[in-house]
Design a protein around this ligand. Sequence first.
Ligand code: F6R
Length: 614
Amino acid sequence: MCGIVGYIGNREAYPVLMKGLHRLEYRGYDSAGVALINTNGQLNVYKAKGKVAELEAFVTDKDVSGSIGIAHTRWATHGEPNQVNAHPHYSESEQLAIIHNGIIENYAVLKEGLMKHGYNFRSTTDTEVLIQLIEYTKHTSQVDLPTAVQLALNQVVGAYAIAVLDRQNPNMIVAARKGSPLVVGVGEGEFFLASDATPIVEYTNKVIYVGDEEVVVLERGKEPSITTITNVKKTPEIQKLELTLNQLEKGGYPHFMLKEIFEQPQTLRTSMKGRVNVDANNIALSGFIDNRERFLNAKRIIITACGTSWHAGLIAMYAIEEFARIPVEVEYSSEFRYRKPVIHKDDVVIAISQSGETADTLAAIQLAKEAGAFIFSICNVVGASIPRISDSGCYTHVGPEIGVASTKAFTAQVTALTMLALCIGREKGTIAKEQYLRILKELDNIPEKISKIFHQNDRIADFAKIFTYAQNFIYLGRGYNHPVALEGALKLKEISYIHAEGYPAAEMKHGPIALISQEMPVVVIAPNCGTYEKIVSNIQEIKAREGKVIAIVTEGDTIVSNMSNFCITVPETEECLTPLLTVIPLQLLAYHIAVAKDRDVDQPRNLAKSVTVE
Ligand code: F6R
């Protein structure tokens, strides 16, 4: 949540910063701001409520010159989203300015102390408290800015990625992080910093991932210097960035979300590359091979995640229990971390996170690690906090997911977890060889089968328009497709703002059936597998109450397709792989309903892509 970007070098900083903010807008977009030091030594701060475009409009007649600057796009935590609360924040004397991503939990105590020393506050943010504290420390301890930042951060409880400018020193940016991401780009005589590498990629492929509780000083004409907040010197580790500019553009699609839906055949091929080997009849996951004993000896697997990633975890529960015969518990990270869970040393804890930064999931695995469990993570963003603190893991490699609603990350997570379930099952001998080989071959066919579903995209777009009237939707599925029902409902909620609930189909009789009327669209996921007959009965119950049925069925289906008002087909596949196909029409349905309702598909209200606050 919140995106931060900074630049120091020979170019004009403003265009670099604005381009960076647009790239980071997925992290928050309720207000934005920029601070620049011009050649006269003035520190100019400009802020605007709303998206980055509002900030650009606001500064058209302002002085935005200078080759050093920092900028911010906000997702409000403390203080309403208005111009005053937008970052950057000045210190009392307006000598310093700060941008911040995270939460200072003990800001109230710190603020009280500073007020006693005569400090005044313009905003209601926790961030302003931090910059005042840095200034207070700098003056009272008579130290330079990097030391003041170190000393101040020692008093802070919470999470932060910050960057600080000092008008008296136009040659230096001081940045630091704990819990929130921070990447430094190292160019020729210039430095970039940002919440992720997307604002950096077009200038340099050399990056430094700043570690927790590290302070980095970027100074003109010098190498970057890193110390911990307790002043232990660190050697900056420069890594090569695996990201291309093309991956960050819409490539002719009207929205990133649609691009990312359509990318799935290719992203899944990439996720499986070097792992699913049909010719050798083998699945090779290095994270599993290197830690084989931990998995084989596990008495229990705990999966922890949030949102869409949690839905992928639910699907994994079906697969791991079916193929590996290890009991699985799937936990919301936010509940798990606070409910004093029983964790054993021989538990394997799997964290699933696209961003690798979700605060609750990070805290959940920290807790499990302290209890001695083995931590395995399934993440997309390379070098993010969750994979860094895990014992092992598996990257999904789907490239940057920019649409706030997760699509390609979800199918890759399900694929990775299915591969893991098959690997464990094969080693334990709990899956028959023929079944293992059948699923392995079929995994390889999934990308092509997804492409086939796209032929129905125009039809889905047409009938989506009919449902813009709906205030509510119900999604039903059973077995492997129960989590898909939850995921379909989440996609619709988050981008169209239509209320939607996902249920296991048979649960309907225990309450939700009371909601069924002519007005109620019910999406039923009914592929040709285990519980097909049962779901046919569930559809009859809906029809008897005049509900409108939108069915997802296997090609060649006649029974459900004849009973439903609208029908989308998916190719036949193994039952455990059906979620990879059935979720595609649901992603498209949510997308087209949102477009028909003229919603901001890529940046839906109140949401942010990377939830780095609790
Ligand atoms: C929904 C969505 C969110 C995320 C959740 C976890 O479309 O994107 O529900 O799945 O915030 O995020 P990660 O996977 O980054 O931990």
